[in-house]
Design a protein around this ligand. Structure first.
Ligand code: SF4
Ligand code: FES
Length: 627
C-alpha cells in the first residue's frame, strides 16, 4: 500500500458499503465520481470538518471489512477522501487492529483460539489437526483462511473458535440468497474439533447454533444471584420480560433522587470498579459531573480482552437491557447526553443483542430526547473494537473511537477532565455499571451489607481451565478461592490457579484460603484483576504457559513506549531460552527478566507494560517453576 492517494478505486461493493454508512458523497472533493462546476467554485470541508468526521474512520473500516473481508487500496483511498483523512494515517489505523487485513484474503476467516484456557483444554491438538486438514495458519482453503487467535472470550467452552464471513448485510433476491456473494454470517464453534471447524469453514450457515448465554452460568436460576439473576431465566430480547422482573425501577428511583442523590448512593454503597483498578465509581462520577467544560460523555468499556475473561459477554448477551438501564443512570448522574459502548469486535452476538435492545429502548421512550418523560435526553451508540487488547485501556478507547490508533494516552490529564473528544468522560466497565441497579433498587445500605467493609456487593468470576463446570460465578465478596473452586469442580491434582488473567498472578494449591476480595488478594501478594480464575492441573507444562503469556504481551504491546516495546520482546526471548531448563541453567535469564520486569513496571505508561511481568514473576517466586 502506498502511503498517499493512488489511482486505485473502490469496487462497487466497497463503495456501497461506505456510502451506506456515510451517505452519498456530497461533492467531487469527497469521493464523488465527478467534480461539478459548483465543486470547482466552492471549497468546502477543511480541517474542522475533517476533525468532526474522523471518528467515522473505524466504523468505515469495519463496514468494508464486513462487506468484503479485507480493506483494499481502493477502499482505503475512498474512505480517506470521504473523511478527509491522510492515507498514511488511515493505513496506520487499519493495520493497528488484528481483525482487519489490508491484503487480499478469503471472505471467511476462522479465528482459532490458542490462548491460556483453550491451551489448557487441548487447542494445540486442534490446531495441529487443522493444519493437517487445511494447511498452516494463513493458507486459504475451502474458501476460508484460518488463523490462531488470542482469547475469544468463550473460555467456558474451550477450545473455542469463531468464524466470520464477510458479505452483504441481509439476504436479497427471490430465494433468500444474496444476488452475488454469500451473505454475512458468523459461527461460534466451541468446544472446537478440527472436523467441526472444517465443516464450519465450508458452510458457516450449517454450523450448530450457539447455545444460550445461560450455559455459561452454572448457577443460573439460583435466587441468591444479583447481577446474573436474569441470565437464563428471562428472554434477553424482551423488554417486557425485563420490566416484569424489576427492570427500569432503578432508573425511576434515580430520577427521584436527582443526579447528586444518585452519586451519593453509589458512594455510600462503596462500589468500586470491577475492571481491575478498583477505583471508587462514585468519586469518578462526582469528578466528571463537577467539570464545567462540556459536553460530558459516558463510555462503557465492553472490550474485555484479558485472556480468560468472559463475564461481560455473558451479561450483555443474557441481560442487555440491564446495561442500557445502568448506562442511562450513569449518564444522568454525570450530566452526559451521549454514551458509547466500546464493544469487543469478537462479540458478534452481544453486538446483535445490544443493537436490538437499544432500538427497543428508543421505541419505548427509554432512550432518546425525553427519557421516561423526565426531560432528560440520552442515547447510546455502540462502537466496535477490531481486535486490540490494548483498547481495553480507558484512554486507548478514546483514541480508538476518535479514529486514531488505539494507543493509550499519558495521564494526567485524567479522563474525568479531558477524555473522549477532549471532554470530561466517565469510563466504567460492564460489570461495574450493572452493579448500580441493585444499589438503586434496594438502597446503598442494603447493597453494602453484602461483602466486606472495603469490598462491597458481589463479584463475578470467570472460571476456566481444568474444572468440571467452567463458567461465570457470582459470589459475595469475602468468599474464598476454595469455595469458588468447590462450586466449579476442581481437578484432582491441582497445580496452580492464575488469578486476574495474563496481567495477574499464580497461587499455589496450599493458598486456596485466600479471600476473593480486593484487600484479601492484595495482602496475599496477588490480584483479583477482572475476575479471571484459570485452573491448571499438573498435566500442564507451566514454562509453556508462561511463554504463551509473554507472547501475548509482546504481540499486544502498542509499542509507543520503549520499556514495554523492548521489554516484552526480551522477556519472551529469555523464556524461550529457559523453556527446558531449571536450576543454575536458568538463573542468568531469570535475573535478566527481573531487571527487565522492574523497568517495565516502573517506566511503562500504561497497565499493559506495568503488569506484563507479573504472572511470570509469580510463577517463578510462588510456584518455583524453574527450580
Ligand atoms: S506500556 Fe506498552 S501498551 Fe502501554 S502505552 Fe506503553 S507500549 Fe503501549
Ligand atoms: S476463548 Fe480461548 S482462552 Fe478464552
Amino acid at each position: 500500500m502506498d502511503l498517499r492517494y493512488t489511482d486505485a478505486v473502490p469496487s462497487d461493493a466497497e463503495r456501497e458499503a461506505v456510502d451506506a454508512l456515510l451517505g452519498s458523497p456530497p461533492s467531487g472533493w469527497e469521493g464523488g465520481t465527478e467534480r461539478t462546476d459548483e465543486d470547482l467554485r466552492w471549497a468546502r470541508g477543511g480541517a474542522a470538518a475533517a476533525k468532526d468526521r474522523r471518528d467515522q474512520l473505524l466504523p468505515a473500516l469495519h463496514t468494508v471489512n464486513d462487506r468484503v473481508g479485507w480493506i483494499s487500496e481502493g477502499a482505503l483511498n475512498y474512505i480517506c477522501r470521504r473523511l478527509t483523512v491522510a492515507p498514511a494515517e488511515a493505513y496506520g489505523v487499519a493495520t493497528f487492529y488484528a481483525m482487519f487485513s489490508v491484503r487480499p484474503r478469503p471472505a471467511k476467516v476462522l479465528h482459532v483460539c490458542t490462548d491460556l484456557a483453550c491451551a489448557a483444554r487441548g487447542s494445540a491438538a486442534v490446531s495441529a489437526d487443522l493444519t493437517d486438514r487445511l494447511g498452516p495458519p494463513g493458507t486459504p482453503a475451502e474458501g476460508a483462511v484460518w488463523q490462531e487467535s488470542p482469547c475469544l472470550g468463550l473460555c467456558e467452552r474451550a477450545p473455542a473458535a469463531l468464524l466470520l464471513q464477510a458479505g452483504p448485510e441481509a439476504p436479497s433476491g427471490p430465494d433468500g440468497t444474496a444476488a452475488g456473494d454469500a451473505p454475512r454470517h458468523c459461527a461460534v464453534v466451541a468446544p472446537a474439533t478440527a472436523p467441526a471447524l472444517v465443516a464450519a469453514a465450508r458452510s458457516p450457515r450449517d454450523a450448530p447454533a450457539e447455545p444460550s448465554a445461560a450455559v455459561a452460568v452454572p448457577q443460573a436460576g439460583d435466587p441468591a444471584l444479583v447481577l446474573l439473576r436474569r441470565v437464563g431465566t428471562v428472554d434477553p430480547e424482551s423488554l417486557d420480560d425485563y420490566r416484569a422482573t424489576g427492570g427500569y425501577s432503578a432508573l425511576r428511583r434515580a430520577f427521584a433522587l436527582g443526579p447528586a442523590g444518585v452519586i451519593r448512593e453509589v458512594l455510600d454503597a462503596g462500589l468500586v470498579g470491577r475492571g481491575g483498578a478498583a477505583f471508587p465509581t462514585g468519586r469518578k462520577w462526582q469528578a466528571t459531573a463537577q467539570q464545567a467544560d462540556g459536553p460530558h460523555y459516558l463510555v462503557c468499556n465492553a472490550d474485555e480482552s484479558e485472556p480468560g475473561t468472559f463475564k461481560d459477554r455473558v451479561l450483555m448477551e443474557g441481560d442487555p437491557y440491564a446495561l442500557i438501564e445502568a448506562m442511562t443512570i450513569a449518564g444522568y448522574a454525570i450530566g452526559a447526553q451521549q454514551g458509547y459502548i466500546y464493544l469487543r469486535g469478537e462479540y458478534p452476538r452481544a453486538y446483535e443483542r445490544l443493537s436490538r435492545a437499544l432500538t427497543g429502548a428508543r421505541t419505548r421512550g427509554l432512550l432518546g430526547p425525553d427519557v421516561l418523560g423526565q426531560g432528560y435526553a440520552f442515547d447510546i451508540e455502540i462502537r466496535r473494537g477490531a481486535g486490540a487488547y490494548i483498547c481495553g485501556e480507558e484512554t486507548a478507547i478514546f483514541n480508538s473511537i476518535e479514529g486514531q490508533r488505539g494507543e493509550p494516552r499519558s495521564k494526567p490529564p485524567f479522563p474525568v477532565e479531558k477524555g473522549l473528544f477532549g471532554k470530561p468522560t466517565a469510563v466504567n466497565n460492564v460489570e461495574t455499571l450493572v452493579n448500580v441497579l441493585p444499589i438503586l433498587e434496594h438502597g446503598a445500605a442494603a447493597y453494602a451489607a453484602t461483602g466486606t467493609e472495603t469490598s462491597t456487593g458481589t463479584k463475578l468470576f470467570c472460571v476456566s481451565g481444568q474444572v468440571a463446570r467452567p463458567g461465570v460465578y457470582e459470589l459475595p465478596f469475602g468468599a474464598n478461592l476454595r469455595e469458588l473452586l468447590d462450586l466449579a469442580g476442581p481437578p484432582e491434582r491441582l497445580r496452580a490457579v492464575l488469578l486476574g488473567g495474563a496481567a495477574g498472578g499464580f497461587v499455589r494449591p496450599d493458598e486456596l484460603d485466600v479471600p476473593l476480595t480486593f484487600e484479601g488478594t492484595r495482602a496475599a501478594g496477588t490480584t483479583l484483576g477482572s475476575g479471571v480464575v484459570l485452573v491448571l492441573d499438573d498435566s500442564v507444562e507451566l514454562p509453556r504457559v508462561l511463554l504463551r503469556i509473554a507472547e501475548f504481551f509482546r504481540d499486544e504491546s502498542c509499542g509507543q513506549c520503549v520499556p514495554c516495546r523492548v521489554g516484552t520482546v526480551r522477556q519472551e526471548e529469555a523464556l524461550h531460552r529457559i523453556v527446558d531448563r531449571t536450576g543454575a541453567a536458568a538463573d542468568e535469564d531469570i535475573a535478566l527478566m527481573r531487571e527487565v520486569g522492574q523497568a517495565m513496571r516502573d517506566a511503562s505508561i500504561c497497565g499493559l507494560g506495568q503488569t506484563a511481568w507479573n504472572a511470570v514473576e509469580s510463577a517463578i517466586d510462588r510456584l518455583g517453576v524453574y527450580k
